[in-house]
Design a protein around this ligand. Sequence first.
Ligand SMILES: [Zn+2]
Length: 460
Amino acid sequence: MKFSVVKTLGYFLGGIWTARGGRKRIEARQRKNLRRLVKTAREKSPYFKELYAHLPDTGVLKLSDLPVTSKSELMAHFDDWLTDRSLTLAQARQHMESMDNLGVPIGQYAVFRTSGTSGEPAVIVLSASMLEFIFGLALARMSRRQFQFAKKIERSGTNVIVTGGNGHFVGAGFDLLRQNLKIPLKREFQFIPAEQAIEETIKQLNEITPMASIVTYPSMLTILTREQELGRLHMEPAAIKVAGETFTPELRKRAQKAFPSLQFDILDAYGCTECLFMAFECDCGRQHVPEDWVILEAVDENHQPVADGTLSATALLTVLANEAQPLIRYELGDRLRFYPDPCPCGSPFRSFEVEGRQATVVRVGEVTLSPLAFDLEHERARRVQMIQTSENVFEVRAELLTEENPEEVLEQVIESVGEVFTKNGLPGVKIHKSDAPPQLTASGKFHEVISRPLIPARER
Ligand SMILES: [Zn+2]
């Protein structure tokens, strides 16, 4: 696997040139990239060759002609999915068995896995060109303010990453891959595994001064914000970046207040293992799609497009830079709403907001509730979690601050949760307490509410 600085520069300069040309140039570039990807997929991926067998010539194809693909289908045909026959699923899995191989390329590729919250984890293959795209295009899409800021904080202290460390996850592995490939970047990172006890994380964070930036999941930021508010954590990051989960405006406001050391708005990086650079946040706080290389479609349950301004049931992702493992109209499960008006920042790229992910919504019978409806904070607990064990039954778990009277904490939480269900017309819901510790996802994310997935949703 060889990373090319020249090709990265190509993505950067091409990206600048495309943006300057406005909508017309962006759409032309997207069309050209899509046809090239479809052509490669048809020629080199036996799976896509068969899937697209009945379709017209690539030169006249439209995106809507292409069938939707799903993670489970693609994973079931992994060895026929890739456009390169030299890497098999068995080889990738064997490579990932040892944590010593985290961020170590296998032949021409790097491999990572998703957490598999909703079933079998996906194995994602990154080629050098995907990395060149990520570095080059992300730089091209940065605003001047973001660029100046990145330069400023680069050497102002330690950059910390708090994500899952119990598997080949991209959060912990990407920087190791960068080091292995000798990709020049002045920033150095310190990794803290999200799975360890919060107390240990706080201890480590308190020792890091000066701290330039911290990158973590919104669920971990929620916990850190609260610990900072209560005076147990004293970190002073100049910048915070969140990724991997929905970032709510409420948390943004609260964290910005709790960390007065911040010199920049909290950056919300909407991405996933399948496409690390899926959107970019502008100075107005909107997410924009880098449409020359990424296609995001907001669609209903039947995969038909929804109008701008309407919340989608799911989203379809097409990654035009990944020719090794084609992701074309790949169902993500995230719910998006495209803005009907142009963004005040003046970007020609379409903008959207992420409303949440299907798996995080709680469904009981015909009633759908947001996890935010429940108040799962307790002054005597570090974190409280509610798990839906069957349609009408929930379980409450907690990581307590003191050993003193744990029953009382759980009972108070159960009472408050029960009130929310009753208020929403669900008095019959049963809530039990559990002595087990809160459950984390395979990639170390803490979800306050774990609902029963009713429809296949993308894992985080
Ligand atoms: Zn904007």
